[in-house]
Structures are given as structure tokens and as C-alpha cells.
Write a protein that binds this ligand. Structure first.
Ligand code: KG4
Ligand code: ZN
Length: 334
């Protein structure tokens, strides 16, 4: 179904400068320059610092990507870039760089929604993924259940009313000094811990398929603050119990949505989809219910430009082009 065009993808919506090149629906290069080391000392992403780091990194990363793919500038057929949602100062760096490349080569330019990128990421490794399917999108800024009726036709069934799942990991990790980013840190500390040791709530907001995580974070913080001197709580058990509460909440609502929509296939994406426990539970559910399951590998669950190039291919096939006048947008627009 896909063509043999060379497509260049850019992703700079948060703290990863990422460039990918695809040809014949195959990933030639997938470069990610992470800013984790820069933001770690602040305990979170500092927008101004992120924007500056993207500016310093992007040109070199672009040349390295072309070299590793053994391509010349003139070999590029299509340019795609994330246009939102994200940190606007970060977005504009990749977006404007990508537009300049397209303009200078007189090639089509495709602005791509970051969450549609996460939604489409499983296609890179699982080309058999076919709508209709239900996707659980779990990142640092979003938690959503999306019904994909066909490529390009998305229905948002539910989302978080407060914090995103990734934020729940990040905020507690920051409070406890577990590390940055919080999700991988909590997963690491949880290894070998008892996930049923500490009673934590699984908040359920009123909306049928909505999520809420801020109450869970507050309950965990209260639990720590109420501990008496003589109480002994292991970090492992605490981290494992907190991770379990997030995963249980994610699974509970998602299972309800799968049952109600009766889709044959389930999928997912976003940084939290890299979580081992969530992947295990999702796979077990799919197996028990005889559903197809296609989730990206952990490296393609977190932010990357391969997913942006992938959506670029899909859009190009539908001749869904954009004018170079269009700018980047900080907000999500399903
Ligand atoms: O999709 P993503 O890379 O960036 C955004 O679009 O936000 O997601 C980042 C989020 C962070 O909150 C990070 O803590 C979380 O994904 N994350 C994880 C894991 N790896 C990344 N959460 C839980 N377990 C992981 N292994
Ligand atoms: Zn993301």
C-alpha cells in the first residue's frame, strides 16, 4: 500500500530532538537526541532550555541522519514535522527547520499532530494493524482512549480530567526524589517490590471513559506524610504499589471501552506504553479476550520522529498537503 518515496520526519515537541528517514515504508534512520541530562538537575523540562537545546542540536542531527541513510538532500521527496501539541518554543524549532528544508527543495510539507503520531507508531513494526481498533494513548501530557474507525478518522472516547498518566509518574517521582523522567525511574525501583503492599485508590471520574490521576498522587503523598517514625516502608513496595494503581486505572477504563465498542484489535502508544507492567497486563487481556494487539516497542512508544514520518506516508497517500503558511500549535486538536 505504501510508496517508495523518501520521507523525512522531525519531532521536537518536548525534550527530544528527533529526526527519522523512511523509504519503501522502511525506517532508514531513527535518530533521537535526548535532553534528559540537561533537565535532570531541574527535576523537569524547562521550556526555554529545551528550545535552546533543540536549536543547538538540530542542524548536526539532520546532517548525521542524511549521512547514515547514505542520502543526499536532493533524494528527499516529502518533509513531515510535528506541528503540535507540545511546548511551543520547542515545536517551532523543528517545525520551522522542516519547513525550510521543504521550501528549499520545493517538496511537499506535511504538518503532523503528535498524538496522531503516537497512534500510528505501531504501524512501523506491525504493518498489519488495520482499523477499526481502539488505542490507549498515554504520554506525559495526554491520556486518551481513541477509536480509530479508519486511518484519518478518529473519535476521542475519553481522556484525563486532570493529570496525564505520565505526569502522575513524573510528579510523584519528583516529590520522592526517585529520578527524572519519573516513569522509567518508578518502573526501575518497582522491580521485585510488592505491588499490593500499600493501599492506594483507583480514582474513577464521572465520564464513562475518562481518567483522573491527581487524587492518586495526592493520596500517595498523604500516605508518605502520615508515616510514623517507626513505620518501615520500602521504596520498592511503595513504587510498585503506585505503579500498580496507575496501571490498574488505565486498564479498568480501557477494558470497559474495548468491551463496549467490541473492536477486534487493541493498540496503544506514548511514553507510558513503554511501561513493562502495563504491557504485560494489556497482553494478558488481549490473550484472554482473543483480541489482536499491536503496540510499539518501548523505543517507538516514547517520543520519536519515525512515527511522524509514518503519518507523513499515510497523509501523502491521501494527498493531504499543507501550505507553508501554517504555523505550529501548542494545543491538541483531535
Ligand atoms: O510520549 P512521551 O515520550 O512524551 C510526551 O509526549 O509527553 O511520554 C513521556 C512520558 C513521561 O511522563 C515518562 O515518565 C513516561 O512517558 N514514561 C514511562 C516509561 N517511559 C516513559 N512511564 C512509565 N513507565 C515507563 N517505562
Ligand atoms: Zn509523546
Amino acid at each position: 500500500m505504501l510508496n517508495d518515496k523518501v520521507i523525512l520526519g522531525f519531532e521536537t515537541s518536548c525534550d527530544e530532538t528527533a529526526i527519522a528517514i523512511m523509504k519503501d515504508n522502511k525506517l532508514l534512520v531513527n535518530k533521537i537526541s535526548s535532553q534528559v541530562d540537561i533537565h535532570e538537575k531541574f527535576g523537569g523540562v524547562v521550556p526555554e532550555v529545551a528550545s535552546r537545546a533543540h536549536s543547538e542540536m538540530i542542524r548536526n542531527l539532520f546532517h548525521t541522519s542524511l549521512n547514515e541513510a547514505h542520502l543526499e538532500l536532493s533524494d528527499i521527496d516529502i518533509v513531515a514535522s510535528t506541528d503540535g501539541p507540545g511546548l511551543v518554543g520547542s515545536l517551532v524549532v523543528g517545525y520551522n527547520f522542516a519547513k525550510s528544508v521543504a521550501w528549499s527543495l520545493d517538496k511537499p510539507f506535511l504538518p503532523i499532530d503528535h498524538m496522531v503520531g503516537h497512534l500510528s507508531a505501531p504501524l512501523i513494526e506491525h504493518p498489519q494493524l488495520d482499523p477499526p481498533f481502539l488505542s490507549l494513548l498515554v504520554s506525559g501530557g495526554h491520556t486518551q482512549i481513541v477509536l480509530v474507525e479508519e486511518w484519518g478518522k478518529y473519535e476521542l472516547l475519553g481522556s484525563t480530567i486532570d493529570d496525564a498518566a505520565g505526569e502522575a509518574f513524573d510528579k510523584l517521582s519528583r516529590y520522592c526524589g526517585f529520578g527524572f523522567p519519573g516513569g522509567p525511574a518508578i518502573q526501575r525501583i518497582s522491580e521485585g517490590g510488592d505491588e499490593s503492599k500499600i493501599p492506594l485508590p483507583r480514582p474513577r471520574p464521572k465520564g464513562e471513559f475518562d481518567y483522573s490521576f491527581s487524587g492518586l498522587k495526592t493520596a500517595a503523598i498523604y500516605y508518605l506524610n502520615d508515616l510514623k517514625k517507626e513505620d518501615e516502608v520500602s521504596r520498592k513496595d511503595f513504587a510498585a504499589s503506585y505503579q500498580e494503581a496507575i496501571v490498574d486505572s488505565l486498564m479498568g477504563v480501557f477494558i470497559k471501552a474495548v468491551k463496549e465498542t467490541n473492536v477486534p484489535t487493541i493498540s496503544g502508544g506514548g511514553g507510558v506504553m513503554a511501561n513493562k507492567r502495563l504491557r504485560e497486563k494489556l497482553s494478558t487481556f488481549a490473550e484472554n479476550e482473543s483480541k489482536n494487539i499491536y503496540v510499539p516497542s518501548p523505543a517507538l512508544s516514547t517520543d520519536n520522529a519515525a512515527m511522524i514520518a509514518m503519518v507523513g506516508f499515510l497523509k501523502y497517500q491521501n494527498s493531504d498537503f499543507s501550505s507553508l503558511e501554517k504555523g505550529a500549535e501548542a494545543r491538541f486538536k483531535f
